[in-house]
Design a protein around this ligand. Structure first.
Ligand SMILES: [Ca+2]
Length: 140
């Protein structure tokens, strides 16, 4: 377990690093596509969001949220991804919506850093953003 400190510019640098961002998003997509049919279903995407704690904060989910509200919320998140209303999310849709979400999180963070506690083996976007930041310090 470790603690990383990130702010808006950490997240923005990560999203703007095209190669790293694309690789990270593509890996995430592949991991979420449990039945390997090349697209994400509602339940696959929901599982993803249940495992991303900061995105839960971003969308206002907490432990006291009743299940029916949660389902509504996850449906609206899914609809945000599913631009062409095919009832599945393909890689292109996933990439562009993740970018929007992360930039919105970056705006929300602004210049006030937050601390994130990471479990061993955690590898979410924000951890990767923090690693990118750390590697810059290491180089200079
Ligand atoms: Ca799938």
């Amino acid at each position: 377990m470790g603690v990383v400190i990130i702010d808006g510019s950490t997240v923005r640098d990560f999203v703007n690093n095209e190669e790293l961002f694309k690789r990270s998003v593509d890996e995430g997509f592949a991991a979420l596509d449990l039945n390997k049919d090349g697209v994400l279903s509602r339940s696959e995407l929901r599982k993803a969001f249940e495992s991303m704690r900061l995105i839960e904060t971003h969308f206002g989910i907490d432990v006291a949220t009743p299940p029916e509200e949660l389902t509504q919320l996850y449906n609206s998140i899914f609809d945000g991804f599913d631009c062409d209303r095919s009832n599945t999310v393909d890689l292109e849709e996933y990439r562009s919506e993740m970018k929007k979400i992360l930039l919105a999180i970056a705006d929300g963070l602004g210049s006030s850093p937050i601390q994130m506690v990471l479990e061993d083996g955690d590898s979410n976007f924000l951890k990767q953003a923090a690693d990118l930041e750390a590697s810059k310090f290491a180089q200079s």
